[in-house]
Design a protein around this ligand. Structure first.
Ligand code: PMP
Length: 407
């Protein structure tokens, strides 16, 4: 029961019309990267056709236009996540760079031997490995908070880990493997009470739900553009102004200085202090277009449709004998990990591809989560608002067919 016209939406995404291996494409690998609407593709194209120049370095008109596109994306992003100020938005190449920036500029200078960083068992490697690297350098440790069999964070256990030696806590807003939505507001409140900054990896949240960083109450929020309809090589680190102001630069170079002298260089204010070198200007022109696209559809509509798709796909999958779903959280985004008894995930994914169905198989950059479930890999069907019930039917038909071939 929604006025949502999915076919009209699909018409905006050129790639969805193609076929693969002679079959209509069913793209269920959206958690890996989303497809792009025409408006985003055009924004990138128009940038190179009409406005291409470098940012902040030229007084000529093209330079002003390129700068306006790049800085305009910062404004759009600030509104998109309700940042307190556009200066709290650091533009990066993606989540990975955003988290590493926090690791090297915020965490590393503060960590002492015996300190700790808390993360969770369900994190993407991007929210584990940077903490391990800076912990190893400083003599700190990384403590993972456990999850339960349904794939939900055990909040009491997370809170128990928040002892005085913890200097930072890190959690994914939404799991890229399980779809679990973590109670970020509650975690942020508890971290704040203990004086521990909370970093949230929002990569899998921003494509599905409106995010308000001030309402969440966290301290750092990182996400990537390519999972939210925008080009690859774009991302964001949002952080509270006080935190950014206290952070030294990580990358040095052009665009991030006030004055360079051999007897002492001074740095620009945030966010430019963290944006050395020529950025992905065309990509960020695409980010603004992606945000406009979301606004034109509306997250309420997107959420309602995606939850219908999630419920329908889950119900159909449950009918398949020997199929096990990983992740049964109460609050869940449309990501379904599963295995079929007796079949290898990669074999299933390879055969599904021949039927036109793109799903991911593997460890999804979440080794500790695979270890928790005691499996080397899963298949993952991850949906977006441009997917349809008919695609779910085609996926199930293909899955039953390839299951028969393998068993
Ligand atoms: N965190 C999560 C939860 C992710 O799903 C991903 C992408 N798979 C990343 C971080 C890394 O994003 P990127 O590769 O764009 O830096």
């Amino acid at each position: 029961p929604t006025a949502f016209d999915v076919q009209r939406i699909r018409a905006d995404f050129p790639l969805l019309a193609r076929s693969v291996h002679g079959k209509p494409l069913v793209y269920f690998d959206n958690a890996n990267t989303s497809q792009k609407p025409q408006s985003v593709i055009e924004a990138v194209d128009q940038h190179y056709r009409l406005h291409n120049a470098n940012v902040s370095r030229a007084v000529h008109l093209l330079g002003e236009e390129a700068t306006a596109a790049y800085e305009g994306a910062r404004d759009s992003l600030a509104r998109f996540i309700n940042a307190g100020s556009r200066n709290e938005i650091v533009l990066t190449s993606g989540t990975t760079q955003a988290i590493n920036l926090v690791a090297y500029s915020h965490a590393l200078p503060r960590l002492q031997p015996g300190d700790a960083i808390v993360t969770t068992v369900m994190e993407h490697h991007a929210n584990i490995v940077p903490w391990q690297i800076v912990a190893a350098r400083s003599g700190a440790t990384v403590k993972p908070a456990p999850i339960d069999a349904r794939g939900e964070l055990i909040v009491e256990e997370f809170l128990k880990l928040l002892t005085p030696e913890v200097k930072l806590a890190c959690v994914g807003h939404v799991s890229n493997v399980l779809g679990t939505v973590n109670p970020v507001r509650e975690l942020a409140r508890e971290c704040r009470r203990r004086g521990i900054p909370l970093l949230v990896d929002g990569s899998q949240a921003v494509p599905h739900r409106p995010v308000d960083v001030q309402a969440l109450g966290c301290d750092f929020y990182a996400f990537t553009g390519h999972k939210m309809l925008a080009p690859t090589g774009t991302g964001v680190l949002w952080a509270r102004k006080e935190l950014l102001q206290a952070m030294p630069p990580f990358f040095g170079g052009g665009e991030m200085i006030r004055e360079v002298r051999f007897d002492g260089t001074s740095f620009a204010e945030p966010p430019h202090r963290f944006e050395a070198g020529t950025p992905n200007i065309a990509g960020f022109a695409g980010v603004s277009a992606a945000i406009d696209y979301y606004a034109s559809v509306g997250f309420e509509t997107i959420h309602a449709w995606e939850q219908q798709l999630l419920a329908y796909a889950t119900e159909r999958l449950r009918d398949i004998p020997g199929l096990r779903i990983f992740g049964e959280a109460k609050d869940k985004e449309p990501v379904i990990s599963f295995l079929i008894d007796g079949a290898q995930a990669t074999d299933l994914a390879t055969l599904l591809d021949l039927q036109g169905v793109a799903v991911r198989s593997g460890h999804h950059c979440a080794h500790p989560l695979m270890q928790f479930f005691g499996v080397p890999a899963t298949l993952r069907a991850s949906l977006a608002f441009y997917n349809t019930r008919e695609e779910i039917d085609a996926f199930i038909t293909a899955l039953l067919k390839v299951r028969k071939l393998l068993l």
